[in-house]
Design a protein around this ligand. Structure first.
Ligand code: GRF
Length: 216
């Protein structure tokens, strides 16, 4: 069967992108990484993707008159590569509503908190400051509302009294690297869709899928 063509959007180090590239090396993985696009020309992740032989494009957002004109160029590049699913992985550019509208049901993001708690930035510090005992990561459909699209899957980790933001971020990141390839696999297997603003898993309108990590 043809593999699902995935386009990854990055802005930085690209460790989630690398996890997807690694997963896609397996012969039985139902998705392939068609291209990586960055809005930051010297994003370290681009080098990782190039070393893996993946088509990369840098489209610096500076110089575009507005968000939508940048988004349309990014979208055209993804379409040129035949992308069927867009996976945002540390893409630090706020998009115009046009982009998630155009890719509705075909664009996902990973976020390092258990949404809807702690959207935005510095989320591990937000979790520590709030005193929560459990945090984690979320893969969700992207909509026009930042970090607020329908939740597909989450992985939970403990927050320890001794944690600082860096330690907690590392613990969550290990789960991100596990969860994102798993969710993209489900897409490749045709198990996930969006209908009426709800996530459908195996044909059943379902609540989010949850993995637990007992890793301290
Ligand atoms: C990850 O924590 C991801 O959840 C968030 O941005 C970070 C990107 O890290 N959206 P990387 O570039 O994948 O290493």
């Amino acid at each position: 069967m043809a593999k699902l063509k995935v386009g990854i959007l990055i802005s930085g180090r690209g460790s989630n992108m690398a996890a997807l590239i690694e997963a896609a090396k397996a012969a039985d993985y139902p998705a392939e990484i068609a291209c990586v696009v960055s809005n930051v020309a010297d994003a370290p992740g681009l080098k990782i993707a190039q070393a893996a032989g993946i088509a990369t494009t840098a489209i610096p957002h500076k110089g575009f008159p507005d968000r939508e004109s940048f988004d349309r160029v990014v979208s055209a590049e993804l379409e040129k590569q035949g992308v069927e699913l867009v996976a945002m992985a540390g893409f630090m550019r706020i998009q115009s509503p046009w982009f998630p509208g155009h890719w509705q049901g075909r664009i996902i993001n990973i976020h390092p908190s258990l949404l809807p708690a702690f959207p935005g930035l510095h989320v591990q510090q937000q979790a520590i400051d709030a005193g929560v005992r459990i945090s984690g990561c979320t893969v969700h459909f992207v909509t026009a509302d930042l970090d607020a699209g329908p939740i597909i899957a989450q992985s939970a980790v403990p927050v320890l009294a001794s944690d600082d933001a860096e330690i907690l971020a590392a613990r969550i990141l290990r789960q991100e690297h596990r969860l994102y390839p798993l969710v993209v696999r489900w897409f490749g297997e045709g198990r996930i869709s969006l209908a009426g603003g709800r996530v459908v898993v195996d044909g059943v309108p379902a609540a989010a899928t949850l993995l637990f990590s007992t890793e301290p």
